[in-house]
Design a protein around this ligand. Sequence first.
Ligand code: B12
Length: 328
Amino acid sequence: MDFDTLRALALELGFGEAGQCDAQGYAEKEAAVKAEPPLAERRQLRFYPEADDARTRSLAVLLWPYAPCRIEGGEKLFLDSYYEASNAAYHAARELEMQLTERGVFARANVSYPAREAAVRAGLGIIGDSRLLITPQYGTRVVIILMATDIPCDAPNHQQTGECMHCGRCEHACPSGALEGGRMTHPERCMRNFMMEGIVAPETYREKMGTKLLGCDICQRVCPMQPKLDETPSAAPDIDALLTENDVEFSAAVAGLAAVIGRNAARPQRVRAQAAIIAGNLRREKDLTVLRKWADSPFDAVREHARWAIGRIKDARASGLDQSREKR
Ligand code: B12
């Protein structure tokens, strides 16, 4: 099979674009990763496709576009639409893998190599100062899926053509200072790094998270290289479904979330830990009961975030900030 046939099958399954690049030369990315502070999200990242499977001759780079999420405000949670898209793209890639296998092609979907680097090599876009891939058609809002295949890669890898506008808006907008000197120099400071990762979020980040359940797209929202796209409604569960003592209700809400973003992303204690941060930001008296229960949790992130939230609610009470009391 040639790559054009793979591309046609990918487009039929809903991918927006597909390219191909070779499977070598990621060693320097490994060195770059080692030079930066360790990040939980990088645990799965690998660098030697051919050593992982000797049949690999190239990587197919598949882009799954998505629309930005509407920010509802108030008590409506923010769940970046990237995560719903990522789950859909994952399953579409599994389907493509099956179709290719049936045709006698070696294909392994959803492999984890430096995806942005592969996308640039495949000629699909450029790297912006936010370190995100910017594509001509969809801007930054694409999920990048990599697939190892035994289809030879005839075309030489592309060099990046075109450039980020270097307008500085992502640097100025980033609430946690992940960009400095015009570029994303501190990925370890990105707020997303501490959301639903099962780790205790440093206190300085918790208030900045507001009502974000998962993901931060502030650097993407301000990017002038983004095409105008209609926003999509938030697929996040209701906050009251998460801030509940009723375990059956909580499990149902997590199951609903898992149906949207995948079970791997929506793990109950991680969801609970993030819900506790949100409770600390909403500062509602009515959440104190459930938070007191969570404050004894054996899970560090749940326990620490819940204790912090209780302190915040009490501080708000002391200064008359609690909204539900104000209304009375
Ligand atoms: C670890 C990780 C994170 C970490 C660290 C982010 C970071 N900037 O490194 C955290 C948890 C913070 C994170 C956050 C997010 N992530 Co993330 N993340 C990853 C992951 C798993 C690995 C990235 C990595 O470490 N690569 C290795 C290093 C060495 O490569 P690199 O970061 O790309 O940097 C190199 C190149 O970019 C290049 N480079 C850097 N600047 C420049 C400039 C020029 C001009 C050139 C030529 C090259 C160049 O040199 C760098 C060093 O070698 C990838 C998936 C994957 N398999 O790649 C997703 C991925 C990068 N994330 C993605 C997304 C969507 C996000 C979020 C938007 C999620 C959200 N809604 O909150 C945020 C955005 C944060 C941001 N602005 O980067 C998408 C990006 C899609 C896109 N359009 O680019 C990816 C590809 C996932 C996917 N499969 O689609 N992420």
